[in-house]
Write a protein that binds this ligand. Structure first.
Ligand code: ADP
Length: 492
């Protein structure tokens, strides 16, 4: 059964500058494809450096002339909360719009992405009036203060895997802190952000405070990162692109960056891990959810030898039960890969893993089940050496490698990754062992006897090593959008 008709969705397109949707004019346009069936469904105008300059100058002027930063913070919070309410009330429009153009099944968008987007905005709104500075105890005729101030215009670049949610994390934190934002969404999933922008205006966000420029990342994203009026950049995406953005920010600033980058996160399972059935579901879900297109996907299973056969059996059963299908197919459980190109990338890593002597247990196949959509069956790869490409490279697909170990020390050694340190799961009933592992694993997030994020926004997220710099969510994300002014007063 279809949850909606993908041909009947009305899709807003264009840039969003100064509170208005701006059609692209006669410039270049890109046919954006539906990942589910590979069909073009709307044209995206491609911005250039001039358009980015227009958007940023407009945002700067709006930031200076509106009282967005200077109004009582609780009033700013009220606008953000109203925005969140409108997002939630708009799920009948936002839901299909998000699902048609992304890899997010409608039922997941309605149950998770839309409520999570709204709640994220509320979470950040709650910080608006809780961002004081410090008062230093100095002499009796002297006072030292720090005052938190927004940067002005923040640039944000977001990826395609959770289009709405990623925008709410970046934009919510920056705007709660009193900044204006120019956002460049992924050109693969550019449209739902426009609906968010329309709702922002309805909620009372001053025109020009939230803007969107569309286009090729190497042109618009780069122009945004370099722009002299952009005082800070925040980005989620690949490590390679994050490095390019940081280089642009270094040369054309320097300006601070928040970067959420790639990962190759281990699931470290000990023989005494509780509740095998629940554990199997957790491990399977952490690599098949969004077809593995998640930065924190648990993509390396490192399992102690005693429990390994039962866990692998359970995983193979769960993998085989996955049903690939379009985001509008109610019965589907495995969504498409974002593009044919990305599916070929996944497949080429699996082929190289195979050639390097690995054993493919289940999956390892691309399947096309809906027009020209690209689907990849959940894949388990065993007998992998530590330098096997499937163990080393981020795959961003439903592909799990399995390595086994005898001792805690061996397990921890396998869990380490030479470059990435985004997240890790540790599964054991022994709290001492869990905490030892937590301390040993060099990653920005460690989940113990669970995996993945729920509405625990107060705990920030971010990577170690090549997985990133800085944090999204938490108080830390808001603080990263503020700079500190030091004030020293003599009153003698
Ligand atoms: P992927 O390779 O998975 O598409 P990227 O990290 O390249 O992921 O893309 C994430 C976001 O970064 C997208 O919005 C994309 O347009 C943008 N982007 C790509 N290249 C650049 C660049 N050189 N500078 C700034 N942004 C870029």
């Amino acid at each position: 059964m279809q949850t909606f008709d993908p041909d009947l969705i009305s899709v807003p397109s264009g840039h969003f500058i100064g509170g208005k949707l701006l059609a692209g004019g006669a410039g270049e346009a890109l046919d954006v494809l539906r990942p589910s069936d590979g069909r073009a469904y709307a044209a995206l105008p491609l911005g250039d450096a001039e358009l980015v300059d227009h958007a940023v100058q407009n945002a700067w002027a709006a930031w200076r002339s509106s009282d967005w930063a200077g109004r009582p913070p609780r009033e700013r919070a009220r606008v953000l909360r109203r925005w969140a309410d409108l997002v939630e009330a708009d799920s009948a429009v936002l839901g299909p719009l998000e699902a048609v153009g992304s890899t997010r099944p409608l039922k997941d968008v309605l149950a998770w992405d839309v409520p999570f987007t709204a709640e994220g905005l509320r979470f950040f709104a709650e910080y608006a009036d809780k961002l004081g500075g410090e008062v230093a105890a100095t002499r009796s005729d002297n006072l030292g203060l720090t005052v938190s101030e927004p940067y002005g215009v923040v640039g944000a670049i977001t990826p395609w895997n959770f289009p709405l949610v990623m925008v709410s994390w970046k934009v919510g934190a920056a705007m709660a802190a009193g900044n204006a934002v120019v956002l460049k969404p992924s050109e693969l999933t550019p449209f739902s952000a426009l609906r968010l922008a329309e709702l922002a205006i309805q909620a009372g966000v001053p025109p020009g405070i939230f803007n969107i420029v569309q286009g090729d990342g190497r042109i618009t994203g780069d122009a945004l990162s370099r722009h002299p009026r952009i005082a800070k950049m925040t980005f989620t995406g690949s490590t390679r692109t994050g490095a390019a953005i940081m280089a642009a920010c270094a040369l054309h600033g320097p300006k601070p960056v928040t970067l959420e980058l790639g990962g190759k996160s281990p699931q470290l399972v000990f023989d005494d891990a509780p509740n095998l059935q629940r554990l199997t579901g957790l491990i399977a879900g952490a690599i098949t959810g969004n077809a593995g297109q998640v930065c924190v996907a648990g993509s390396r299973l490192i399992v102690q030898k005693g429990i390994a056969p039962a866990l692998i059996d359970g995983l193979l059963t769960r993998f085989a039960a996955q049903r690939p299908g379009a985001t509008w197919d109610e019965a589907a459980t495995l969504p498409p890969i974002i593009s044919a190109l990305q599916a070929s990338r996944i497949d080429s890593i699996v082929r190289r893993a195979d050639q390097a002597g690995a054993q493919i247990l289940g999956g390892g196949l691309r399947s096309t089940i809906c027009g020209d959509g690209a689907y990849y069956l959940p894949t388990l790869i065993a007998n992998v050496a530590a330098d096997n490409p499937a163990v080393v490279e981020e795959i961003f697909g439903p592909v799990l490698t399995v390595q086994t170990f005898d001792t805690e020390e061996e397990g921890l050694a396998l869990a380490a990754h030479e470059h990435y340190g985004l997240a890790a799961g540790v599964h054991t009933a022994d709290i001492g062992r869990a905490l030892r592992a937590m301390r040993q694993i060099s990653a920005g997030t460690v989940w113990i006897n669970r995996y993945g994020r729920s509405a625990d926004f107060v705990i920030p997220t971010g990577g170690y090593h090549q997985s990133g710099i800085g944090k999204d969510l938490g108080r830390q994300a808001v603080e990263a959008n503020l700079r500190l002014k030091s004030v020293l007063i003599d009153f003698a």
